[in-house]
Design a protein around this ligand. Sequence first.
Ligand SMILES: Cc1cc2nc3c(=O)[nH]c(=O)nc-3n(C[C@H](O)[C@H](O)[C@H](O)COP(=O)(O)O)c2cc1C
Length: 519
Amino acid sequence: MGGISMKKMKRFGMVLLSMAAALLLTAFACAAVEDTGFSDVDSSAWYADAVAYCREHGLMAGITSTTFEPESTLTRSQLAAVLYRAEGEPAVTGTDSFPDTVEGSWYSSAVLWALREGLVSGYDNGLFGTADPVTREQMTAIFWRYAGSPSAGEAGFSDAAAAGGYAAAALAWAESSGVIAPVSGNIFAPKEDATRAQVAAALMAFDQLPKGQPEPEQPAPQPGTGEHVLIAYFSNTNQTENIANLLQSILNADLYKITPETPYTSADLNYNNDSCRANQEQNDNSARPAISGSVENMAQYDTVFLGYPIWWGQAPRIISTFLESYDFSGKTIVPFCTSGSSPIGSSAENLHALASGANWLDGQRFSGSASSETVESWVSGLDLPEKQAHNAAAQTKGDASAMMKITINGATLTAALEDNSSADALRELLANSPLTVQMSDYGSMEKVGPLGQPLPRNDQQTDTQAGDIILYQGNQIVIYYDTNSWNFTRLGRIEGTTAQELRGILGSGDIRATFSLEE
Ligand SMILES: Cc1cc2nc3c(=O)[nH]c(=O)nc-3n(C[C@H](O)[C@H](O)[C@H](O)COP(=O)(O)O)c2cc1C
């Protein structure tokens, strides 16, 4: 920040702060703040230094010249604007496609910039949520992406499990870097709205992170373990790149941009002109545009997500160049694409012959502004080698299935069971015989019914999502199709079914559900 982001610094590998500047910065930050300049920020408040720092560095202004409103919330567009200002307001051209952003408004460039940088995405319903308060988990994910999405293990906050999957790695980073503090003790409160004081504190801590230092050493890759994932993508107008960035956050995988030796100009991409370069290439089966650079040690990857824009219903020819450049035998390839409106169609199948030794999974088309939740829900339904390895490990460990089947109204759902003593006890129960439960609809959010016997409880404050299987009061099983927040135990989570599909299967009334272990 202070003109250039950490992400950029890391990208270019430069140490940008001189020793003198760093010393000055530290001296300033450590100095006690006598007068914060805001009548509502007492100099003894925990955030007083941060508010003064942000004002001094032009990172965050007051609401008025004399008030900061430290306890007020910030909207998603306001946080984008804060980071955009911190980045020095780089020029951006074009418009976003969100129906709830107003073109030419004070936040337009900021939202567009944040979108292109992969810092934010829209909701599943296609909206950006311009005026929605930013939650603590959203703020954390945005700062984490701004830091370049570093990997940091698992968060130890007592309520870390309440955070959305997209924010899990971000919470771990918040904890290890200290950029975003818990609200008290070990409680992070991921679903609470972030306050302006918390954002100021995060900005100061982020700005004071050591810069230009080497990344912490990652464990050496182990070929063949099914745990090494590469996301390779080609993108000219950032749409596919947005999805690749979301995937990277979700999977914590390596990212590789397929860069043409000769970049495509906008004239090259003008598909209205029959003789533009892109159209000529698409019309020529043998065209193989050259790629600049290569993937370092492709052998280490077991799974390759392959992203591209749809060009005339197919993958651009440079994807053929990519596939012919490496040996994909034994690897799993997962295609994904973005397009104006076309489906993935035959574009992925037509690539199979170029890497026939690979295990090709079905591909998926996204809009370039798809939300992290949409992408995550797709990923959770994929049969990746990593998941197979996880299930195999669970089988070996306890000779117990990690997966449960739930049959409702003739439809069969699959749920991954949790790793806790409650799920273990449920597994034991189902190992004897399948269990049929009469379940009532409750609160327009869940189906609940008696298990017939108690299971051990591992209750904790939990924010449910559609698909969560919950143990309530130790003796009732619940299938959630909407959100709730309560102290109970998660038994598992339905995979590969969207919230909408789940609602369709569950219907509006009471149901009979049969739970059994997957063979
Ligand atoms: C040469 C060319 C052909 C295209 N053909 C299609 C098409 O057949 N169907 C479609 O929905 N979009 C088509 N598009 C639009 C792109 O698929 C879409 O803008 C995509 O999201 C761009 O991804 P990118 O920003 O990652 O490059 C085409 C774009 C170009 C440049």
